[in-house]
Ligand binder design. Structure first.
Ligand code: NAD
Ligand code: MG
Length: 381
């Protein structure tokens, strides 16, 4: 029996993780946490019987407490609640499926408590990779990638030492606006940006995919997970999303992982690694597919990716600036307060304005996040 805790259980990755639990009777959920969806959380508690459940606000937690008062579940709230769940004695694996930098502290706490991390929350690694990766090594825990590209790389690496990697080929669908000009991006509405061609995901990552900021975050995530230099991570646009990423080795061999776009596979792979479990679902049919295609990413139109490489090269607190500015700007775009091209413009302005901190501590990372938020608040009234 493998016992898991899930942060962000009501979201896209969270609910798909629970589908994997349903299909594998030897997985048990010991704790769940979510933001504000009390109703969904109640349903999940009644089905999966966790010992602890967390909600972000005290009001949501109080509401949940009264709804599940007939059950022996402890309801916790806020960051304290997330931290309590992260270090819960019974849990062996923490699935981090919350959005944003809020994942940093619980992830660190879980690693220190000896939990393996099934990591979907890429923002944590992007901003605090220099803290997370050495800490995981020191504590002897595994960081198992859930992001489909990183799972593909992880699967392609299986059994090969890292010094045999020539480069990583990180694939990207190119998003819904691939081929558009800068001028055409001016008029993008929220509804247009929320339509991803191949994947169904949470709102923030769907916008990030359309700006290529998501791919930029994934480049940084790959750098930390696989310990490779930035110039050996190449983004390849592959609109059909069949090759989920690949590794090119020193002898020229390329090993890739292919499959239909379904996050349940990387989730299940992370939860059972090194075991590969059976899974139902649609299979890739090469004859039906006919052909797959590749392109260079257009970094002049989709500056999100270019800025990500710049932030990653600068290092230190710059990836935090990139990420925090994006989080804030995407929120403003979703609230219809700014136009679509403003997202990447704001990221650029925040990066230009920032004074770099070389090896930021968690406090400095969170302070940088706050400074970026305030800077943007001053610009967007
Ligand atoms: P989502 O918006 O669908 O779900 C987010 C979850 O986090 C929800 O359960 C929400 O209630 C919870 N949450 C939000 N704020 C919270 C808070 N303050 N406290 C506790 N819980 C909170 O997001 P998602 O698409 O599932 O993405 C989650 C993470 O996984 C992101 O970092 C994303 O980049 C990454 N990711 C997602 C996918 C995907 O297919 N959806 C793929 C790869 C990586
Ligand atoms: Mg991805």
């Amino acid at each position: 029996m493998k016992k898991i805790a899930i942060l962000g259980s009501t979201g896209s990755i969270g609910t798909q993780t629970l589908e994997v639990v349903r299909a594998n009777p030897d997985l048990r959920v010991v704790a769940l946490a979510a933001g504000s969806s009390v109703e969904k959380m109640e349903e999940q508690i009644r089905e999966f019987h966790p010992a602890v459940a967390g909600m972000w606000t005290e009001e949501a937690a109080a509401d949940l407490r009264s709804r599940v008062s007939d059950l022996p579940v402890k309801v916790v709230a806020g960051m304290e609640g997330l931290l309590e769940i992260a270090v819960l004695e019974e849990a062996q694996v923490l699935v981090t499926a919350i959005v944003g930098m809020i994942g940093i502290r619980p992830t660190i706490a879980a690693i220190e408590a000896g939990k393996d991390i099934a990591l979907a929350n890429k923002e944590t690694l992007v901003t605090a990779g220099h803290i997370i990766m050495p800490l995981a090594k020191k504590c002897g825990v595994s960081i198992l990638p859930v992001d489909s590209e990183h799972s593909a790389i992880f699967q392609s690496l299986n059994g090969e030492p890292a010094d045999k990697i020539e480069k990583i080929l990180l694939t990207a669908s190119g998003g819904p606006f691939r081929g558009k000009s800068r001028r055409e991006l001016e008029d993008i509405r929220v509804e247009d940006a929320l339509k991803h061609p191949n994947w169904s995901m949470g709102r923030k990552i769907t916008i990030d995919s359309s700006t290529l900021v998501n791919k930029g975050l994934e480049v940084m995530e790959a750098k930390w997970l696989f310990d490779v230099d930035l110039d050996r991570i190449q983004v390849v646009v592959h609109p059909q999303s069949i090759i989920h990423s690949a590794v090119q080795y020193v002898d020229g061999a390329i090993i890739a992982q292919l499959g239909t776009p379904d996050m349940k596979l990387p989730i299940q792979y992370a939860l059972f690694y090194p075991d590969r479990r059976p899974m139902e679902g649609k299979r890739v049919d090469f004859f039906e597919l006919g052909q797959i295609t590749f392109e260079k990413p257009d970094m002049e139109t989709f500056t999100g990716l270019k800025l990500a490489y710049q932030a990653a090269k600068a290092g230190g607190s710059m990836p935090t600036v990139f990420n925090a500015a994006n989080e804030k700007a995407v929120g403003l775009f979703l609230d219809r307060k700014i136009r679509y091209p403003r997202i990447t413009e704001l990221i650029e302005e925040c990066m230009e304005h920032h004074k770099l901190v070389k090896e930021p501590s968690v406090e400095e990372i969170l302070r940088t996040e706050q400074e970026v938020y305030e800077y943007i608040a001053g610009k967007v009234k």
